[in-house]
Design a protein around this ligand. Sequence first.
Ligand code: PXP
Length: 255
Amino acid sequence: MPQTPPIRLGVNIDHVATVRNARGGRHPDPVLAAKIAIEAGADGITAHLREDRRHIRDDDMARLKAEIDKPLNFEMAATEEMVAIALRTKPHAACLVPERRAEVTTEGGLDVAGQRNVLAPRVAKLRDGGIRVSLFIDADPHQIEAASSLRAPVIEIHTGAWCNALADGDSARSAAEWDRIRTGVEMARRHGLEVHAGHGLNYQTAETIAALTDVVELNIGHFLVGEAIFEGLGAAVRKMRAAMDRGRSSSGARS
Ligand code: PXP
């Protein structure tokens, strides 16, 4: 029987830059963090160049592309400015996310269904530039269909609502959100989309979602950077890798 490949771990290093920017100097360096994460088992690095440059800056993105030897996932709003920077930087992938100036983090998925006309030419430009486009969406059937119709090869499912419901101890809401994720993953696969997931994940939730064998990549940032304060970034990435591998092998044991 063919073996399910291991689930990939993309480490998001935005919040290393958040700490650096608190004092305005060069320390801690997000590029060094990316190298440590890769050494510890990350399969790729994600960084979000926000319009307001609140954490990652243009120069970080250029250095990440030049200095890391694993795929770079350029998270970005679907603006002309960001499309132009991505085409110059030539990352492995671009993950298109909604962005609002006042938000603390990416609060919901991209409204691909509602913004089809704006997104279509930008997705096409990135695709023509040889960049693998991923659309960060809620596990909503309309959004999945819209993503498929834009011919984006990948979607990343927003796991934030599920993680928040678990953190709140609201079992009815977390069960409903989990169901939405599972159904969304199945539907996306039927449409031929590659499925990633992320936002708000920790060791437990990453282990749980890794059991869905159709999810091929998780992107995780804030929790890992937080854990790095207590046990170091390398140790936190290794622990995350182990949790994800446990989740994946438990699915094999069940099937
Ligand atoms: N994936 C996407 C598309 C995101 O916007 C973020 C947050 O920047 C993440 C994953 C990682 O989320 P977190 O930092 O909560 O792990």
